[in-house]
Design a protein around this ligand. Structure first.
Ligand code: DGL
Length: 273
């Protein structure tokens, strides 16, 4: 199969969280087009079973392949934890997730070898970060904490609210006690709570946002596969957004965090894929 190097990259998440990854791709790979899908009708992914997340991921990949896209970024930690390995084996275009890039940076940054990971219940209970980090350095100690209320707080737009601060203080107390020096923001929604998390954890803890590293991993992968766009600036409409529900709400949110004016988000029926 020949893949068009000027085709867009597909990026997907359960909702708006993956926009933190799309934003880094926009900033760091400005010649790449993006088709983004947010599964807003079926959010949250973090409390669902691996089988369900695999089914959802397969449907979204079928939709993205139809556009068509040249590569796919699973911009969701839960879907990366539960579906990446399987769908990679089923798809003939490159697929990357968000777990490994961030974990690698955390392994490089930690001085005390005590790393915290926050994410959804699914991601934390999968222990995927721990397995990957221990395969790099078995002497690392990893402390996971699920923070399920963070996602609805972000979706609600309460990024700096006192309620969010209170919730973060309670969730992060264990990790503070464990004296971690590096914290992986293991859910794509969490970089949007960075300032609250920073305030609670203090300046001595390094916060790792895997979104930036994922964009760099994508750049390296496209280069390796000969798929880097040959257009200096993407022609026409460089970024397209699709959701499974509440398109207007998504557009408003996207406009509040992206360096790009999102004029339209299309709603599609993902169950048809
Ligand atoms: N964006 C998802 C992740 O990174 C979390 C949101 C959800 O639970 O759907 O895991």
């Amino acid at each position: 199969m020949t893949v068009d190097r000027n085709a867009p990259v597909g990026v997907f998440d359960s909702g708006v969280g993956g926009l933190t990854v799309a934003r880094e791709i926009m900033r760091n790979l400005p010649s790449e087009k993006i088709i983004y899908f947010g599964d807003t009708a079926r959010l949250p992914y973090g409390s669902k079973s691996p089988e369900t997340i695999l089914r959802y991921s397969r449907q979204i990949i079928r939709f993205l392949r139809e556009q068509p896209v040249k590569a796919i970024v699973i911009a969701c930690n839960t879907a990366s934890a539960f579906a990446l390995d399987t769908v990679r084996g089923e798809t003939d275009i490159p697929v990357i997730g968000v777990i490994e890039a961030g974990a690698l940076v955390a392994a490089q940054k930690t001085r005390t070898k005590r790393i915290g990971v926050i994410g959804t219940e699914g991601t934390v209970s999968s222990r995927i970060h721990e397995r990957f980090l221990k395969s790099i350095d078995p002497s690392l100690s990893i402390f996971g904490k699920a923070c399920p209320l963070f996602v609805p707080l972000v979706e609600e737009g309460w990024l700096k609210d006192p309620v969010t601060y209170e919730v973060a203080s309670r969730y992060l107390a264990d990790l503070k006690e464990q004296k971690i020096d590096t914290l992986i923001l293991g859910c794509t929604h969490y970089p949007l709570l960075r300032s609250v998390i920073r305030e609670v954890m203090g300046d001595s803890v390094e916060l790792v946002n895997p979104a930036y590293e994922t964009a760099l991993e994508l750049a390296a992968l496209l280069e390796k596969k000969g798929l880097t766009s040959s257009e200096e600036v993407p022609e026409g409409f460089p970024y397209r957004f699709f959701v499974s529900d509440l398109a207007e709400k998504f557009t408003d949110f996207a406009n509040s965090i992206l360096p790009y004016d999102v004029t339209m988000t299309r709603k599609i029926d993902i169950e048809n894929y």
